[in-house]
Design a protein around this ligand. Structure first.
Ligand SMILES: [Zn+2]
Length: 180
C-alpha cells in the first residue's frame, strides 16, 4: 500500500444552531442550545488530481447536512430512556415526570441513542460517506468528524470504510462469526 494523505476541512458554513437535551448521571438536562461547529478529516490514498477529495465537495455536503439541523430541536429517536411519540403535526417527548410537545416541523429525529456531540458526529459521518464517494468518484477512507458544542468541547467519531469495502467486495459482512 502506498502513501495515505489527509484533508482537514472546517468552514464557517459547516455549523448549525440547535436545541437538545441529554440524559446525564444527574438526569435529563434542561432544554438548551449550542452553536455547533463541524470539522472533518478524511484520510485515504490519493484519488485523481493529486487529491484525497476536493475540499469543495466536503464543504457542500457538510453544509447541506448542517442546514437540515439548523434552528431545530434535535431528538434521539433510539433513546432507551426517553419515550418519543410522533404524529403528523406533533412530537411528544416523555421522560419520567417531564413531558414536552413540539411542533413536528421544529424537530429533527435522528437515528442515534442520544444527541451527544459524539453521536451527532457519527450521524454526520454516516450521512457523508456515500455523498462524498458519489461526488468525488474516489474510494472511501478513514473519517474523523468532530462536532463542537463550544470551541473547547468537541465530540468526534472515527470511522473507517476500508474494512467495510473489503467485506462488501468479498460478499461478507465486516464482522463474521465462526461456528465449530
Ligand atoms: Zn448541550
Amino acid at each position: 500500500m502506498g502513501h495515505t494523505h489527509t484533508v482537514r476541512v472546517s468552514d464557517p458554513g459547516m455549523s448549525f444552531s440547535a436545541a437538545h437535551f441529554v440524559i446525564t448521571s444527574d438526569g435529563l438536562e434542561p432544554l438548551h442550545g449550542h452553536n455547533y461547529a463541524v470539522s472533518v478529516e478524511i484520510t485515504s490514498q490519493l484519488c485523481h488530481d493529486g487529491m484525497v477529495v476536493d475540499f469543495r465537495h466536503v464543504k457542500r455536503i457538510v453544509r447541506s447536512i448542517c442546514g437540515e439541523l439548523d434552528h431545530r430541536i434535535l431528538l434521539a429517536e433510539r433513546s432507551q430512556a426517553m419515550k418519543i411519540r410522533v404524529s403528523d403535526s406533533e412530537v411528544q417527548v416523555h421522560y419520567q415526570n417531564r413531558h414536552y410537545v413540539f411542533p413536528r416541523s421544529d424537530c429533527v429525529l435522528l437515528p442515534i441513542e442520544a444527541t451527544t456531540a459524539e453521536l451527532l458526529a457519527q450521524y454526520i459521518a454516516d450521512r457523508m460517506k456515500h455523498a462524498i464517494q458519489e461526488a468525488s468518484g474516489c474510494p472511501a477512507g478513514e473519517y474523523l468528524v468532530c462536532v463542537g458544542e463550544t470551541p473547547q468541547c468537541q465530540g468526534c467519531a472515527h470511522t473507517s470504510w476500508f474494512a467495510q469495502q473489503e467485506a462488501q467486495r468479498s460478499g461478507r459482512a465486516p464482522m463474521t462469526t465462526t461456528s465449530k
